[in-house]
Design a binder for this molecule. Structure first.
Ligand code: AMP
Length: 180
């Protein structure tokens, strides 16, 4: 199975992607983690990524697509994957077809996300940056909902429940897809 999982910052997408990947026995790729690692390194590319992350802006599409495609060439992804945080906008989604079977959208309100992120307190979780990232999310990422709905592969999941409940709900949908 090739699965994409997205939702706003602080929707629990990373936790859910990890749990799902483990259950399915496929690798989990988080572009957020990928870029955070890259930002730590010393190169012009890292500097560029660091700047984008620091501003709460998206890394440019062409660069993101190139890095994801390169990463997916690794043999471990051959039997399937769970990718989280990518695509991040309709342009990335259009350019990345890759035989995706299912797209899971984790729905959590702005209020809940803000509360969770302030509790988490990661370096990029300041109030201003959260606001900025949510604005970017609504403008850039949310339109993917209708894009994937039209493709008929979108599964909407209520993300304001316990981790276990959400995980079980996702599993049910993945199994339903698999039996098609
Ligand atoms: P996340 O942990 O998914 O919230 O991602 C953290 C940051 O990494 C985002 O705010 C973006 O700057 C960058 N990022 C992650 N995934 C993508 C993507 N698919 N396209 C562009 N930027 C991304």
């Amino acid at each position: 199975m090739r699965i994409l999982l997205f939702g706003p910052v602080g929707s629990g997408k990373s936790t859910q992607a990890e749990l799902l990947a483990k259950k399915l026995g496929v690798p989990h790729l988080s572009t957020g983690d990928f870029f955070r690692d890259l930002a730590e390194k010393k190169s012009a590319l890292s500097e560029h990524v660091r700047e984008k992350l620091g501003k709460g802006e998206l890394v440019p599409d062409d660069l993101t697509l190139k890095l994801v495609r390169e990463e997916l060439k690794n043999g471990q992804y051959e039997s399937g994957y769970v990718i989280e945080g990518f695509p991040r906008n309709v342009n990335q989604a259009r350019k990345f077809q890759n035989g995706v079977d299912e797209v899971i959208y984790l729905d959590v309100s702005d209020e809940e996300v803000t509360k969770r992120l302030l509790e988490r307190g990661r370096e990029d979780d300041t109030k201003d940056l959260i606001k900025k990232r949510l604005a970017v999310y609504h403008k850039e990422t949310e339109p993917m909902i209708s894009y994937y709905r039209k493709s008929g592969i979108l599964d909407w999941v209520d993300g304001e429940r316990s981790i276990d409940k959400i995980h079980n709900d996702i599993l049910k949908r993945v199994n339903a897809h698999d039996n098609h």
